[in-house]
Design a protein around this ligand. Structure first.
Ligand code: MEV
Length: 311
């Protein structure tokens, strides 16, 4: 039997922009998906998915998840013509849009296959396998989700648009920061939202060039603020990033509503995170008391929250 884990993640800065080679910052979450692989008689593979999830998430993502699993198995050269893989996914990562659930699943599987077949793959190769899994969800994944899922921690990431190595830097933040994650309960399709952004960009390249340039300096400021543990600066930059995401039409009505609630209840900054048009929002709090207030206010509106520390 082989076992493996992949962390969930939250994108603090730069979702969507990262697809176009701009820098992004993500933090892995303490929660993870685990995979257990057993080889049994037969051929092909069978999946038991015991992950906790937003209602409807697993059904909506079923075909993509199956393709992702196939991609990882193929990339790792595992022969399933004369043996069958029994794969069980579990763990405490709540599968929802925005939390890197697909990347965590692919990473966990790559690690479990690595363990079962004693392949001795290092993190770099595990990350490559997980990236192949991510390709099942949309044709041009930036790779930030699988990178955060594989390495953990706080990462600065820049996709290499020429196909070479991506830039990945582990950041040592000045402080741990209390974060609230609010769940809109809506499962978004990354492939659709990413494609819509591309269409908008092609229709108005000049407008996008300006937005990209504003975002680029924001990302550099955010890196400095994180390294210095400047909560207030990080919060302001999160708000600005959210506005840019609204400008490229990826935030949804409920995302905006949860962001407003968080700000009204003392968040230093709040934004959607991940694909958008549903999925999750994140809100930064200066201390645990404010973190609890924000979470209670979002829950009072009927939405789930998680509290975590990042940095
Ligand atoms: C999804 O978690 C993040 C996006 O930027 C897509 C990607 O980076 O591949 C929307």
């Amino acid at each position: 039997m082989g076992i493996g884990r992949g962390f969930g993640k939250t994108i603090l800065f730069g979702e969507h922009f990262v697809v176009y080679g701009l820098p992004a910052i993500a933090s892995a979450l303490g929660s993870y998906t685990s995979a257990e692989v057993k080889v049994v008689d037969g051929k092909d593979f069978e999946v038991i998915d015991d992950r906790p999830a937003t209602p409807g998430y697993k059904v909506k993502k079923y075909d993509e998840a199956m393709q992702s699993i196939k991609n990882v198995i193929e990339y790792m050269n595992i022969d399933i013509g004369c043996q069958k893989l029994e794969i069980t996914f579990s763990g405490d990562l709540f599968a929802a849009s925005g939390v890197g659930a697909s990347a965590a699943q692919a990473t966990a599987l790559a690690r479990a296959l690595n363990d079962n077949f004693t392949l001795m793959w290092d993190d770099e190769k595990i990350n490559e396998a997980a990236y192949e899994g991510e390709r099942a969800y949309h044709g041009t994944p930036s790779g930030i989700d699988n990178t955060a899922s594989t390495y953990g921690g706080l990462i600065w990431f820049v996709k290499n648009l020429k196909g070479g190595k991506n830039v990945m830097e582990i950041l040592q933040s000045g402080k741990k920061m209390p974060l609230v994650i609010g769940n809109t309960g809506i499962t978004a399709s990354t492939v659709e939202v990413v494609a819509d952004v591309r269409k908008l960009k092609e229709a108005d390249p000049l407008r996008f060039e300006k937005i990209f340039s504003v975002y680029h300096s924001l990302a550099i400021d955010a890196k400095v603020a994180l390294l210095e543990g400047d909560y207030i600066g990080i919060g302001k930059l999160m708000n600005q990033n959210h506005k840019l995401l609204q400008d490229i039409k990826v935030s949804g009505e409920i995302n905006d509503r949860l962001v407003d609630i968080a700000l009204k209840h003392g968040a230093l900054g709040a934004k959607m995170t991940g694909t958008g048009r549903g999925g999750l929002v994140i809100a930064l709090a200066e201390n645990e008391k404010v973190q609890n207030n924000i979470a209670s206010a979002i829950e009072a509106e009927g939405y789930d929250t998680w509290k975590t520390m990042i940095g």
